[in-house]
Design a protein around this ligand. Structure first.
Ligand code: GLC
Length: 578
């Protein structure tokens, strides 16, 4: 039995989790202080977003030294204390491995741009070339190809020191490593070993399916990300993953989950197939884009049938799923598929829908990941303008949309839904000023220049929506999450049973989880969800399917149900049908 199939994993985005020194930025000692709360939730591991030394232009996803801790977050001693403290509570630590790119302030890049050996070819350098001169390109120099970055800019920047272009699939301060140079993979193996020796249990691997740039030819113009076909999930990428696994990860029994950009089911299957030994599981995005176009940037109507279709595709298509509804790059799920009206209030659409989403997540097949704050139903930010947003991706998109002359109100309407800062506002621990996140300063926080203001605005609903008010309330979202975690832990069918889509109409969605193994128990759960604020009548088939003893109800229903006539607004009902 693999521990990562049995247990739940909790993601911490350190700068927003808990500040311990009053500088307005969460830190490692803050995490250590909150270990009791994390343990009380019942999770088995923490995935820690990057805490390595970094100029922080992408909040640590721009690493300048993989073997030291950024002073913002603490020291290596703090990190060692965290690993040991977590271990005492039966919690493993999973580090974020960001090795598609480094920061441009990494020593390797500084030396590479000066052509110092052996670093000359650690990055992807090219002389100006190929393309016709474009407006805006530096005088007389053209980028080597037409690729665009994930942040929607040119993927090449000219370096005045080396007098060549370098590739960056993300920000220009995040140059891509060159995996065609075998020394780079050796460096990565060294980094993995360094952290495994410190006692970490594994890695969440950042954009791990785009490492291998097969060719640097021009990309198809039609693609949203020009160039993608030359570097997404190429054979060389699979080779890299297999080598890392065989030579470094497997000998240490390490766990891996890969963040896999723009992946489709066939690619995800290859990456997470147990026999191929590449990754234990992958994060894909399809199920979160039911009501979005162009990845997640333009809203469209939510349909339960579409969600069920996408869930079924991945649940049945992969042998094991990484099940998640939120992370530091997504909006808050209760503001997305749920309804955040009445945030912090009892029996509001907010409370009901936060619980529906928990019930959904914990009855899917795979390893559930909880993102900090999700367990108390934290909502999207309440900012009113771009000046309160810090995320570089949001600002880049805003600039891009502005180029297309989209009016401010529309840009704001779209980007406030998709901005990564929605998930990055500080965790709301209490109703005191600073929300128990920081003791640093009182209001007014936003835009305040003094030291100690939270680095990003705290959501104004912290007074009603916070950990303290929910902790001892058995009817709270937090208590519901704890119950879901325990329930899954105790049920082999919920962990390992087959997923079967049953039906979906309008806002209603039903599926079952069944132990259908030969000689198995035959146990079956039927889950039904109403994703709307209207009562939904169940017609023939739905009524027949939803019979049995209530196992989960976000409306506190109990006992045996026969022919359930309707689902209440935002109701989740799971019955044991067999
Ligand atoms: C991943 C991270 C994201 C980061 C990007 C570049 O998608 O989750 O936060 O900006 O990679 O490292």
């Amino acid at each position: 039995m693999q521990w990562w199939k049995e247990g739940v994993i909790y993601q911490i985005y350190p700068r927003s989790f808990q500040d311990s020194n009053g500088d307005g930025i969460g830190d490692i000692p803050g995490i250590i202080n909150r270990l009791p709360e994390i343990a009380a939730l019942g999770v088995k591991a923490i995935w820690l977003s990057p805490v390595y030394r970094s100029p922080q232009i992408d909040n640590g996803y721009d690493v300048s030294d993989y073997r030291s801790i950024d002073p913002l977050f603490g020291t290596m001693e703090d990190m060692e204390r965290l690993i040991a403290g977590a271990e005492k509570r039966g919690i493993r630590i999973i580090m974020d491995l960001v090795v598609n790119h480094t920061s441009d302030e990494h020593e390797w890049f500084r030396k590479s741009r000066r052509r110092e050996e052996p670093y000359t070819d650690y990055y992807i350098w090219k002389p100006p070339g190929g393309r016709k001169k474009r407006p805006g390109a530096a005088s007389g120099k053209n980028p080597p190809n037409n690729w665009t970055s994930f942040f929607m800019e040119d993927a090449w920047t000219f370096d005045e020191v080396r007098r060549e272009y370098y590739l960056h699939l993300f920000h220009k301060k995040q140059p891509d490593l060159n995996y065609k140079n075998p020394l780079v993979l050796e460096e990565v193996q060294g980094i993995l070993r360094f952290w495994l020796d410190k006692g970490v249990a594994g890695f969440r691997c950042d954009v791990i399916n785009v490492l291998w740039k097969e060719s640097l030819d021009d990309g198809k113009k039609s693609s949203m990300l020009t160039g993608l076909e030359h570097y997404k999930c190429r054979e060389g990428n699979h080779d890299i993953l297999r080598r890392l696994r065989k030579e470094t990860l497997d000998p240490a029994g390490a766990f891996t989950v890969g963040e896999t950009a723009m992946v489709d089911l066939a690619e995800a299957k290859l990456l997470s197939d147990e026999a191929r030994r590449e990754l234990d599981m992958v994060f894909y995005f399809d199920h979160l884009e039911v009501d979005r176009r162009f990845a997640r940037f333009v809203p469209k109507k939510f349909r339960a049938a579409e969600l069920l279709k996408r869930l079924a595709k991945w649940q049945q298509g992969l042998s094991w799923n990484a099940v998640y509804l939120e992370n530091h790059d997504q909006s808050r799920i209760v503001s997305h598929y749920g309804c955040d009206a009445g945030a912090g209030q009892k029996d509001s659409p907010w409370e009901r829908s936060a619980k529906i989403l928990a019930a959904l997540e914990f009855t899917l097949r795979g390893t559930p990941f909880i993102y900090q704050g999700q367990e108390m139903g934290m909502t999207n930010f309440d900012f009113t303008g771009f000046d309160q947003v810090k995320d570089i991706e949001t600002h880049n998109f805003n600039r891009l949309l502005k180029k297309f002359h989209l009016p401010l109100w529309l840009r704001w309407r779209w980007l406030r839904l998709s901005s990564r800062d929605n998930a990055r506002t500080p965790v709301q621990w209490s109703g005191r000023p600073g929300a128990g996140f920081t003791e640093g300063a009182g209001p007014p926080w936003r835009g305040s220049p003094w030291l100690g203001s939270p680095w990003l605005g705290i959501n104004g609903n912290y007074r009603e929506l916070n950990y303290e008010t929910q902790r001892d309330d058995p009817g709270s979202v937090l208590s519901f999450y704890k119950r879901m975690i325990r329930l899954r832990e105790q049920s082999e069918t919920l962990k390992y049973g087959a997923f079967k889509p049953l039906l979906a109409t309008g806002a209603l969605l039903m599926y079952s989880r069944e132990d259908d193994t030969p000689g198995g128990t035959g146990e079956a759960y039927v889950a039904a969800f109403n994703f709307s604020s209207r009562r939904v009548k169940l017609s023939g088939e739905g009524r027949v399917l939803l019979r049995g003893n209530v196992v989960i109800s976000n409306l506190d229903k109990h006992g045996a149900y026969d022919l359930v006539p309707a689902l209440e607004p935002w109701e989740a009902l799971v019955v044991k049908a067999r």
